[in-house]
Design a protein around this ligand. Structure first.
Ligand code: PMP
Length: 473
């Protein structure tokens, strides 16, 4: 079918007819043909282990048979109703999805993308509280639509037009790169894996377990909470509409906050009349392993959550889930979404939830993710340029530095080579961080320990090659 589309011809079409703001990965972009579970295949038949899952989107596996079958069956029956008529699929899905959520998060709005979900969450927060201001973290990505772009705080996604009126950023409690807990807390620099007092294993370079109990004594959490209070006192009025955060910051390179931070921040926000929004676009659906939702790892219950990416295993769908009370604030007038909740999306969403349960994928995320974190921590201990290995379950960041002392980000050209070499050896890894300095590992949750052994071996080989080259220079 695609015989008239040689590689060079496609590059030309890209240059002439496809949005130039889309940047492709790799010097020679991959031309993909097929996907199966954790594997991708290109047109030359080369197989790649997909450690980035189409930016954390393929949750249960590429073309997972159960999800594919559900979509195929529905496709032949009915695609679209615009929700002006009834169809069982949306009812089944809303019931199933909310069965995974604690009270009072029981009312579902279906949308088509994460940006749209965050737009709606922001809209609801404002309508419900009758306040306007929303706080978000620096370094966050919450969407690219003009409304959600106000919550996105990464310079490279910003354009010089008005956006984010009423959105204030606050300091990211990043204990590796931030002013507290990282290079500024040298009292307990832990460079090997050991046990934390909470019985978890230390993984981060500064003595942090995967739950981010800080092993250092610089009271980083208190310092970051002071900064949060500072934002509340200086950047917003006395009452606010809300606060949005991911449980682990995704695009910025799997940044984890000190344990207890979100709980305290939620309390401060609620004292100001605001609602708390958890963006679960990357952290939801069992990815963190220990819990089904990222917010549960912080022992909080948000007022609104937003879901996308993994919710549909790659099918374009997204959702907002909130309380009946907040939902009622939007019911004073009509709110309409043509494609949201279409039968095709709903059966896909249901099949994804079934697959997560039937394939035991949350447990797999925990077991295989923790195994991978520990294996990668060995690379951090061996190589000077691996500054930090962190994360939870299958949401992992490997932060690359020039050296462990200075923690300067490793220059892009150097990381690029390591990353390209990994691809050439058959492993696809994501990138992230303000300086593009972090390798992001967020594979389909069906990945196995054997795949991890292969991936770690490949990364090890790429790092050794880099160190050899650096020594030769
Ligand atoms: N929130 C988070 C945490 C995301 O990572 C993204 C996408 N990278 C979005 C929202 C926006 O989702 P979408 O691209 O589907 O609009």
């Amino acid at each position: 079918k695609y015989r008239s589309y040689p590689y060079e011809h496609m590059l030309k079409i890209r240059e002439q007819n496809i949005a130039p703001s889309l940047r492709m990965y790799y010097k020679k972009p991959l031309l993909l043909h097929q996907g199966h579970m954790q594997w991708l295949f290109d047109y030359e038949g080369r197989r790649y282990l997909d450690l980035f899952a189409g930016i954390v989107t393929v949750s249960v596996g590429h073309c997972h048979p159960k999800v594919t079958m559900a979509a195929q069956k529905q496709l032949a029956c009915l695609w679209h109703t615009t929700n002006i008529y009834m169809h069982p699929s949306i009812h089944e899905y809303a019931e199933k999805l909310t069965s995974f959520l604690p009270d009072p998060l029981k009312v579902v709005y279906l949308t088509n993308s994460g940006s749209e979900a965050n737009d709606l969450a922001m809209f609801m927060a404002r309508l419900y509280t009758r306040n306007f201001d929303i706080i978000c973290f620096r370094g966050a990505y919450h969407g690219g639509s003009p409304y959600a772009l106000g919550l996105t705080s990464i310079g490279s996604y910003k354009h010089g037009v008005a956006n984010g009126i009423g959105c204030s950023t606050t300091m990211l409690p990043d204990v590796f790169r931030g002013p507290w807990g990282g290079s500024n807390c040298r009292d307990s620099p832990v460079q090997t894996v050991r046990r934390c007092s909470c019985s978890e294993e230390y993984l981060g370079a500064v003595g942090i377990c995967s739950d981010y109990c800080l092993g250092c004594v610089c009271h980083a959490n208190e310092q970051y909470i002071e900064q949060f209070k500072d934002t509340l006192n200086t950047s917003v009025p006395k009452t606010i509409a809300g606060f949005i955060a991911e449980p682990i910051q995704g695009v910025n390179g799997a940044v984890q906050y000190p344990k207890g931070f979100l709980k305290e921040a939620y309390q401060l926000v609620r004292e100001r009349g605001g609602v708390c929004i958890s963006d679960e676009v990357q952290t939801g659906f069992g990815r963190t392993g220990s819990h089904f939702w990222g917010f549960q790892t912080h022992d909080v219950v948000p007022d609104i959550i937003t879901l996308a990416k993994g919710i549909g295993n790659g099918f374009p769908m997204a959702a907002v889930v909130t309380t009946k009370e907040i939902a009622n604030s939007l019911a004073q007038n009509l709110h309409f979404n043509t494609f949201g909740g279409n039968p095709l999306a709903c059966v896909v969403g249901s099949a994804v939830l079934d697959a997560i349960e039937e394939d035991n994928l949350q447990k797999n995320s925990k077991d295989v993710g923790t195994y991978m974190l520990l294996e990668l921590a060995k690379l951090r201990d061996k190589f000077e340029i691996v500054g930090d290995v962190r994360g939870k379950g299958l949401m992992i960041g490997i932060e690359m530095v020039t050296d462990k002392d200075s923690r300067h980000p490793l220059p892009s050209e150097e990381i690029n080579q390591i990353w390209e070499d990994c691809k050439d050896m058959g492993v696809l890894i994501g990138r992230g961080g303000l300086y593009n300095q972090t390798l992001r590992v967020k594979p389909p949750m069906c990945i196995t320990k054997k795949d991890v052994d292969f991936a770690v071996e490949v990364i090890h080989t790429a790092l050794e090659k880099h160190m050899g080259k650096a020594a030769a220079n």
